[in-house]
Design a protein around this ligand. Structure first.
Ligand code: NCD
Length: 313
């Protein structure tokens, strides 16, 4: 099933959103242009998706992703059904994912799925006749977050090419940084991975993006590069993914961005975070010109509107 984006200046065609690796740079740029056009629709509303139904199937906790897809669908005139924990669905009775998908596809036009297992979205798409959007597959990927992260960078700094971008925190278990690294590797960026050695970027991601031509450096300490970077993307240590809780106890609190940490930063540095934050950014940073993490959720609605329009019109 191939769908046109409905945008005359782009030949973007997408049928599912499973991995950011399925996208070309041209497709991503087409989606970001469409997100720009969604800004006026966000304010005026639209009925372009009237009669269409989105199902949100969330088997792990979520605030932003589920609510922003819901808002995006309503802004485009569609409707939303779904559940926000497996306990609320027949999965609690032992129904498996493929059966759930083959039932739910009868009720809707597109499914947004979050699941604790890597590969879950890909598996669901194999069984499903309608588009699947991966809203987080274990520690593996979170492709729509990567799209909204790129959009935030473009909106706030005017470009993506030519930037030095640091990803900091839990690069091993954080799915957003996996998708974002692949996405940034399609652009002319310099990537800096900053983490404790136990939480370094997954080796396969580093190898893959290097083979795509990405420039990558790795550090433990942010201070070694703070003066050179244009974007600081901070992540939470992913407590729920640690096989050993004592390992989490050892590593939690590894980083805390404060005004002091930012003393030598460029005035134009932007700080992003997919949220939720725990304690990795001090609240005193929120009021600085650097902080963009509470603007990301707004950009996320525009990007998710663009994704839904691209899939459903
Ligand atoms: C992220 C996620 O679920 O991976 N949250 C989000 O979707 N904005 C990040 C996280 O949970 O740390």
């Amino acid at each position: 099933m191939i769908r046109e984006i409905g945008e005359s200046d782009s030949d973007l065609k997408i049928d599912d959103v499973i991995s950011i690796r399925d996208f070309t740079r041209e497709q991503i740029e087409g989606l970001l242009r469409l997100a720009d056009k969604m800004e006026s629709v966000f304010h005026s509303g639209s009925d372009v998706l009237r009669g269409k139904i989105l199902a949100t199937l969330f088997m792990e906790p979520s605030t932003r992703t589920r609510l922003s897809f819901t808002t995006a669908m309503y802004k485009l005139g569609g409707n939303v059904i779904g559940f926000d924990s497996p306990e609320m669905s027949s999965m609690a009775k032992g129904e498996n994912l493929s059966d759930t998908i083959r039932v739910v596809e009868n009720y809707c036009d597109v499914i947004v799925l979050r699941h604790r297992l890597e590969g879950a979205a890909r598996l669901a798409a194999e069984y499903c006749r309608i588009p699947i959007i991966n809203a987080g597959s274990g520690a593996e990927e979170h492709p729509t977050q990567a799209l909204l992260d790129l959009y935030t960078i473009k909106r706030e700094l005017g470009k993506i090419d030519g930037l030095k971008i640091a990803l900091l925190g839990d690069l091993k278990y954080g799915r957003t940084v996996h998708s974002l690294s692949y996405a940034l590797a399609l652009f002319d960026t310099s990537l800096v991975f900053i983490s404790p050695k136990e939480l370094r970027m997954r080796r396969e991601v580093t190898l893959d993006i290097k083979s795509m031509g990405a420039k990558v450096e790795e550090f433990n300490d942010l201070q070694e590069v703070i003066q050179d970077i244009d974007v600081l993307y901070v992540t939470r240590i992913q407590r729920e993914r640690f096989p050993d809780p004592t390992e989490y106890e050892k590593l939690k609190g590894s980083y805390r961005i404060s005004l002091d940490t930012l003393k030598n930063a460029k005035p134009s540095l932007i700080i992003m975070h997919p949220l939720p934050r725990v304690d990795e950014i001090a609240p005193e940073v929120d009021g600085t010109q650097h902080a963009k993490y509470f603007k990301q959720p707004y950009y996320g609605v525009l990007v998710r509107m663009a994704i839904l329009k691209a899939l459903l019109t």
